[in-house]
Design a protein around this ligand. Structure first.
Ligand SMILES: NC(=O)c1ccc[n+]([C@@H]2O[C@H](COP(=O)([O-])OP(=O)(O)OC[C@H]3O[C@@H](n4cnc5c(N)ncnc54)[C@H](O)[C@@H]3O)[C@@H](O)[C@H]2O)c1
Length: 258
């Protein structure tokens, strides 16, 4: 439902992982609200078509590679003249990342690279532009597992999201008086390919997860996109360094209604 058009009109937004799930819904939402959107992703089959659909720009980027990440933000600046919003969202949740007892070092490192080091690289690339402008909004995708432990562990994933949350908090504090806000989005389970892949092989695991969601369902990506839009726009001007939980009530529940 559109509340008001043009909430980020004329601003330039970089979205990593913009070819699927939460990122794709946010790319569309940002474009609806008037932003120039730069999509950074690995998915060259989908990227150019999505960019055309929203009148934006697609850049092939592996978010674990510093040079490619720097080039992504430079493209935004060179093409549209500013970098106003960075939604650092690309992430993975591979099956090899499981209980600490079964997760080997290679799987651990891969998840840390894609989920955590990438956010460090993206913030490091975006901040100089934003500090020069004296204004900017960074939103990093963490997860509700950054604040709560899960019995069905994905050890590196949870640790990476804890890192994203504390890095976002620290950056939010450091740059608050220079006009740059940094917040962590902490989604509950969202109906995206990432989650469907994880639960397809294990329906019992999906059911177990749902039991703990007071709203009784997984979120749709569009519901996350609305939250990201709020954090990106001036409507959240007094928010920085926050743990922005959009989790269907998970973190508030001791027992859930049945
Ligand atoms: N789906 C959920 O339940 C859920 C819950 C909490 C947090 N999250 C987080 O939200 C973010 C987005 O998740 P989603 O569910 O939309 O996932 P998704 O799998 O639907 O989309 C992820 C996108 O990131 C891209 N990507 C993956 N690795 C990349 C890399 N190295 N470089 C560039 N792009 C890369 C993929 O190509 C894909 O387009 C992730 O950080 C995820 O951890 C998801």
């Amino acid at each position: 439902m559109r509340i008001m058009a043009g909430r980020i009109a004329g601003r330039t937004a970089v979205v990593t992982g913009g070819c699927s799930g939460i990122g794709l819904a946010t790319v569309r939402r940002f474009a609806e609200e008037g932003a120039n959107v730069v999509i950074g992703d690995l998915d060259d089959a989908k990227g150019p078509g999505i960019a055309e659909e929203v009148g934006g720009t697609y850049v092939h980027v592996d978010v674990t590679d510093k040079e490619q990440v720097d080039a992504l933000f430079k493209t935004a600046k060179d093409t549209y003249g500013s970098v106003d919003i960075a939604f650092n969202n690309a992430g993975i949740s591979p099956p090899e990342d499981d209980s600490i007892l079964d997760t080997d070092l290679e799987a651990w490192k891969r998840v840390q690279d894609v989920n955590l080091t990438s956010v460090y690289l993206c913030c490091k690339a975006a901040l100089p532009y934003m500090l020069e402008q004296g204004k900017g909004s960074i939103i990093n995708t963490a997860s509700f597992v950054a604040v709560m432990g899960a019995a069905t562990s994905q050890i590196s994933y949870s640790a990476s999201k804890g890192g994203v949350l504390s890095m976002s908090r620290e950056l939010g504090v450091q740059f608050a008086r220079e006009g740059v806000r940094v917040n962590a989005l902490c989604p509950g389970p969202v109906n995206t390919p990432l989650l469907r892949e994880l639960f397809a092989s294990d329906p019992e695991r999906a059911e177990r997860r749902l039991v703990h969601v007071p709203l009784g369902r997984f979120a749709e990506p569009e519901e996350m996109a609305n939250a990201v839009l709020f954090l990106a726009s001036d409507e959240s001007s007094f928010m920085t360094a926050s743990t922005f939980l959009v989790d269907g009530g998970i973190s508030g529940a001791y027992v859930t209604p049945v």
